[in-house]
Design a protein around this ligand. Sequence first.
Ligand code: 4LI
Ligand code: NI
Length: 187
Amino acid sequence: MITMDDIIREGHPTLRAVAKEVSFPLSNEDKKLGEEMLTFLKNSQDPAVAEEYHLRGGVGLAAPQLDISKKIIVLHVPSNDEENPEPSLSMIMYNPKVLSHSVQEACLADGEGCLSVDRDVPGYVVRHSRISISYQDKEGQKHKIRLKNYEAMVVQHEIDHLNGIMFYDRINEEAPFAIDKDVEIIQ
Ligand code: 4LI
Ligand code: NI
């Protein structure tokens, strides 16, 4: 089981490296890694499990955060709709890539956190409002999907980890909360 002890923290060089493509057919190791990463996110969102194992809640995780420099990310974003308890996005993605993006930019109103960053870094993390991405599933099938709002912010945060980019690289250093008036603020 993956716990916080498996997660490397800022300052570790792997977080600044460009991750390697995963080759197909998938090795058993890479298949299991994706599954265990997704289980970690589910555990981190389960109050009982999170308390028992001291897990910090997360909605996204990238393999480099486990000191594994491979293009693997997982997402588990809970629904904010009471009627529909299904997660709005729950996925293992191999070799994810941003194909295109909106000109419109957006950021999360409350800033971003990262399981590899043990401090609060205040400020707006400016990203693309909407993205079109490609990725492969565990069978090697290629998919193209469009994402917007919170899901788009989370996926961009995780793909950034595959390119050695940390969320605070995208915060304006001089004025963390100064953004153009046309940047959409996602609540
Ligand atoms: C426990 C159980 C307030 C502050 C609001 C926690 C279940 C911040 C937001 C969670 C903030 C769950 C999150 C991310 C932010 C803040 C990530 C809590 C887990 C909210 C996810 C990757 C940035 C993603 C919205 C500094 C570990 N996640 N909150 N940012 N949640 N979570 N990010 N921002 N301000 N990080 O952190 O998984 S993209 Cl669901
Ligand atoms: Ni992160």
